[in-house]
Design a binder for this molecule. Structure first.
Ligand code: AMP
Ligand code: GLY
Length: 423
């Protein structure tokens, strides 16, 4: 089989690495890919939003399966564009990717189908939102409706901050058209868990749990980022939590989408908060998480290509999804200054240390090849991942491996997985 992967981050590197393990696969392409992905796939210089070019490429190379990693192309309808030409593609169609593409849609869906989430109101104009804030309890959470690179959520402690936030999102359009609508919702507290799942339109199979670290600095300080590190499984995702979510959240979401005529095939990523009143949905994503994928896929036993195909064919009920009884930790090495401003183009040294090591992985997020050398090419540069018998061992291994590589302005959080000690 020939497989095309669309995307260029650490998530896509982990997907490409896992696809490469499938005995069914002879050749992998990745568009546009990065310098690390180039070790398992042939990178093609086509951007993720260039649907026409991607479709033409898939036809020319007779690609058997395309896998889309990123949110933008999914929400923009890449799956529809491929299907229209009779090409096999893994991911939700545009009318289903709205589950991530519009927070107002997903909140309304949860309300209509009684799926536990924070209380909220949707707003189409700033005036109504500001009026609502006059009597709302603080802290409060403001969310731009559309995709905003994970930055469209503002947690406001005071009414003044909330007023300023509404203006940023709706009046000043800080997140562009993503702020044409907004959600204002109740502030919840509790531990966060990420749960990824495969969905074939009717059946849902849950992968193992993970926890992200979204803030830039130790102690969950600093700005929100794409994610500075992850661990899997989450010790807080207990059997009781799993049972609750299976009963009230997972299948209900899949059924709700079908009921709405928006059959969902692909990955649903459930961002959950474990509140004292039980698990609540913080958000849905219509794709693998980054860097959750980097700790989930190394633990997955199945041939991922078989699972992708079962999702497309509606036969996921036949798949026995299995994970190793171990743990994994990913520490992101970033460029100092991320997520605001940072320099690129520094040589990365020590990458060979990961060769031929089964339980250590160096997933590339933002790297490029320049004059025969691998250089930094993004805010998040590498996702150093290690597996271990348990979380503590995996964390020790991952931090050990962060020392093997070096580049100018290398920055990381030193407390990824600290919560493990509190479990
Ligand atoms: P989201 O993009 O919706 O996952 O939001 C990004 C982050 O904002 C989440 O990971 C949470 O840490 C935080 N957040 C979102 N919604 C709420 C909420 N209702 N209460 C508290 N924190 C929230
Ligand atoms: N790590 C969070 C996300 O992928 O959205």
């Amino acid at each position: 089989m020939k497989v095309l992967i669309v995307g260029s981050g650490g998530r896509e590197h982990a997907i490409a690495w896992k696809v490469a393990k499938s005995p069914k696969v002879d050749k992998i392409y990745c568009a546009p890919g990065n310098a690390g992905i180039a070790s398992v796939a042939e990178c093609v210089d086509i951007k993720a939003m260039e649907f026409d070019k991607l479709v033409a490429f898939a036809k020319e190379k007779q690609i058997d399966l395309t896998v889309v990693g990123m949110d933008d192309p999914l929400v923009g309808g890449i799956v529809d564009a491929f299907e229209k030409e009779g090409l096999r593609v893994f991911g939700p169609r545009k009318n289903a990717a709205i589950l991530e593409g519009s927070k107002a849609f997903s909140k309304d869906l949860m309300k209509k189908y009684d799926i536990p989430t924070a209380a909220y109101e949707n707003f189409n104009d700033a005036e109504a939102a500001l009026k609502y804030l006059e009597t709302a309890n603080m802290p409060i959470v403001l969310k731009a409706d559309g995709l905003a690179l994970g930055k469209g959520v503002l947690i406001c402690n005071t009414r003044e901050e909330a007023i300023a936030g509404v203006k940023e999102i709706m009046t000043d359009k800080k997140f562009g058209d993503a702020g044409n609508k907004m959600v204002i919702e109740e502030f919840m507290t509790g531990r966060e868990v990420s749960v990824l799942s495969f969905v074939d339109g009717k059946t849902i199979k849950i992968m193992t749990s993970a926890q992200d670290h979204k803030r830039a600095k130790d102690g969950d300080q600093g700005l929100n980022t794409g994610g500075m590190g992850t661990f899997s499984p989450s010790p807080f995702y207990t059997k009781e939590v799993d049972e609750f979510c299976k009963k009230y959240i997972y299948q209900k979401t899949v059924d709700a989408m079908r009921e709405e005529g928006r059959e969902f095939k692909g990955i649903i990523f459930f961002g959950l908060m474990l509140t004292k009143n039980g698990p609540r949905v913080l958000e849905y994503n219509a794709r693998f998480g980054d860097p959750e994928t980097q700790v989930v896929l190394p633990r997955m036993k199945n041939d991922i290509v078989e699972v992708f195909e079962a999702c497309i064919d509606g036969t996921l009920d036949k798949i026995d999804l299995q994970f190793e009884d171990n743990a994994a930790v990913c520490v992101c090495l970033a460029s100092d200054g991320y997520p605001v401003s940072y320099e690129k183009g520094f040589e990365i040294k020590g990458l060979d240390s990961f060769k031929d090591k089964d339980s250590y992985f160096c997933f590339h997020a933002g790297t490029a090849l320049k004059d025969g050398k691998i250089v930094t090419n993004g805010g998040r540069v590498l996702g150093i991942t290690a597996v271990g018998a348990d979380l503590k061992e995996a964390r020790k291994n991952a931090y050990e491996a962060t020392k093997w590589v070096d580049f100018d302005n290398k920055y990381m959080r030193n407390d990824i997985g600290k919560a493990i000690d509190e479990a």
